[in-house]
Ligand binder design. Structure first.
Ligand code: TYM
Length: 382
């Protein structure tokens, strides 16, 4: 009998169980990124990307259309975001690393939404002070990855509401309560802030068009959990006369425990970008692997990297070299390398990565305001 914990739940607010990505494509009605599309992206971008090579970005909406427009000279903008409910973990930065690549290759604007309103409404425990604090802290993590202010606009839902409200009001008029319930599973106990929230997440797909007065294609890189928002946003786009946003969607970096994704609510399941080295090391050394119960058995039968969180960390971030990754996989499957040894390879890489990120944070921490979208108020052509 299937374990109840294996049941797959993927919504913007909850991801759990054994994730079946093929089924998600079917359920959500997105498209798979096939070899032909990958090659087209490489040709237009002028470079390959590891995340596409490894199928870590695996699903999309309307990417072919977006590239058609681009090749006709109709440039797109990029939109992504973060719900500031706690510190940023390694999973969150996966779409941001890819976003940075897209921004650089396509030389375009990024709108980055910090949804402090969402996290205040959806998380009983968070105070308004908490969400403001995490907004700033999380913005520092994004900027530490190296975005340039000229083309990067941080949108703080609460502080920048005057930039967003008119579009949100128009979006909200086109979404019925029954659609919101059907798509997001809202129940009567949900506060009315939460029910309104999807209008806020839709807004940024249209913000650039609204500011410039020119309908502009928009590409949203994110994990597939956010897709329900794009279904609603795309329906509304038609009704308001905007282009439907395209999106490109990644798999989840798993938690360090067995199954599910990294979760900020279970601190030992995730490596946070601000973790101290000692704690990060402890988390890696305690991580769930695909190993056998004894060393002898593992030497004889080999281990299973397909279910191993350590191997997934290599795949997403820590082993960019394909040959090295294949070598680790071979040694794992054959039993030549045991899990303890394998973790010893990961630990120094994680520590080095965190150290570099934390010093980059120090450098940008006083520059967050330079990136604020409030400077766009003067550009609006309404
Ligand atoms: P949030 O803060 O839950 O997540 C931020 C981004 O990280 C992705 N993500 C992951 N990717 C890989 N592995 C994981 N374990 C993992 N967990 C989360 C999310 O898909 C997201 O891209 N409501 C949104 C904030 C938002 C947004 C957006 C996100 C507003 N507008 C537009 C993406 C695009 C949220 O709470 O994301």
């Amino acid at each position: 009998m299937a374990d109840k914990n294996d049941e797959m739940i993927v919504t913007p607010w909850e991801v759990r169980g054994k994730i079946d990505y093929d089924r998600l494509i079917e359920l959500f009605g997105t498209q798979r990124i096939d070899q032909k599309l990958k090659e087209r992206i490489y040709r237009v971008a002028g470079e390959k990307h590891m995340y596409l090579e490894r199928d870590l970005f695996f699903s999309h909406r309307d990417l072919d259309w977006l590239l058609d427009e681009y090749e006709k000279g109709d440039k797109f903008v990029i939109y992504t975001g973060r719900g500031p409910s706690g510190p940023v973990h390694i999973g969150h930065i996966v779409p941001w690393i890819f976003t940075k690549w897209l921004q650089k290759r396509f030389k375009t604007r990024l709108y980055f939404q910090l949804t402090n309103d969402e996290k205040f409404w959806f998380n009983e425990e968070l105070t308004i002070e908490d969400v403001h604090r995490f907004t700033r802290e999380n913005a520092i993590d994004l900027l530490a990855l190296g975005f340039e202010p000229e083309n990067t606009f941080l949108v703080d839902d609460i502080k920048d509401i005057s930039l967003l409200y008119e579009i949100a009001v128009r979006v909200a008029k086109k979404v019925t309560f029954s659609t919101a319930k059907a798509v997001f599973g809202f129940e009567n106990s949900m506060n009315i802030g939460g029910i309104w929230y999807p209008a806020m997440q839709a807004v940024l797909a249209f913000l650039h068009s609204e500011i410039t007065g020119t309908n502009t294609p928009c590409l949203i890189p994110c994990a597939i959990d956010q897709d329900p928002h794009w279904r609603v946003t795309r329906d509304v786009a038609d009704k308001l006369g905007y282009y439907k946003p395209a999106s490109i969607q990644n798999r989840f970096v798993p938690g360090l425990a067995e199954g599910g994704k990294m979760s900020a609510s279970d601190p030992m399941s995730a490596i946070f970008m601000t973790d101290k080295p000692k704690l990060a090391k402890k988390k890696v050394m305690n991580a769930f692997t695909g190993g056998r119960s004894t060393a002898e058995e593992q030497r004889r039968l080999g281990a299973n990297p397909d279910i191993c969180s350590v191997f997934k960390y290599y795949n997403f971030i820590f082993v960019p070299d394909n040959k090295e990754l294949a070598d680790i996989e071979r040694k794992c499957r054959s039993g030549e390398m045991l899990c303890g040894e394998c973790k010893q390879i990961l630990v120094p890489r994680v520590l080095d990565f965190l150290e570099r990120h934390q010093s980059a944070r120090e450098e940008v921490k006083d520059r967050v305001d330079e990136f604020s979208a409030s400077r766009l108020m003067d550009e609006i052509k309404r």
